[in-house]
Design a protein around this ligand. Structure first.
Ligand code: X6L
Ligand code: MG
Ligand code: MG
Length: 166
């Protein structure tokens, strides 16, 4: 039995490198499942990834989730920011450690170029910590490296789960 509306396929990138990293990613998935107008349709594996950019900091856990949604990219950004705020994300320095990061990667064929929201995410195609998990659930979108492995990226020993629809 389907619950929520379905519409556009969207992909969100999740990252965390402070506190309970796996817990933060799973709570984000749970909140997305509970959000009106959003159905989570696929979860990537969880990857342990070397931090890119910013200060010396702990390794990240990264994952990608696929949604079917009737929300716009802008509405998805507001939802993403609510999840970050629920995770008590505090912005110290640029590219610094965070309890939860939720990035809008792709929203159907939406193209947006606004000061606070660029879709598709302009740097996603260069980042192994996005492409490795994205390849799990949308391999047709990803050119895997000739070496067959993403640098600085390995599978974590934890997985995300989809809670039952309510
Ligand atoms: C030169 C200078 C080359 C800066 C790259 C790349 C900066 C990515 C910021 C860069 C540069 C970012 C994550 C992360 C961040 C994450 C991992 C960012 C924003 N977020 N590293 N670094 N996972 N592994 O989610 O993406 S900060
Ligand atoms: Mg990010
Ligand atoms: Mg972000």
């Amino acid at each position: 039995m389907s619950t929520q509306p379905v519409g556009t396929r969207a992909y969100l990138g999740l990252g965390a490198n402070l506190g309970d990293r796996a817990g933060a990613l799973q709570r984000a998935v749970n909140s997305l499942m509970a959000a009106p107008g959003v159905e989570v349709v696929a979860l990537s594996g969880v990857y342990v990834t070397e931090p890119v950019g910013g200060p010396e900091q702990r390794e990240f856990f990264n994952a990608v989730v696929a949604l079917e949604t009737d929300l716009t990219a802008r509405e998805l950004l507001e939802l993403a920011q609510r999840l970050e705020s629920d995770a008590r994300r505090i912005r110290h320095e640029r590219w610094g450690p965070r309890t939860l990061d939720v990035d809008i990667l792709l929203v159907g064929d939406t193209r947006l170029d606004e000061p606070d929201l660029v879709v598709p995410h302009p740097r996603m195609w260069e980042r192994g910590f996005v492409l490795a998990p994205l390849a799990d659930i949308a391999p047709e979108l990803v050119h895997e490296p000739a070496s067959g492995v993403w640098r600085g990226v390995r599978r974590a020993d934890v997985s995300l789960v989809l809670p039952e629809h309510r």
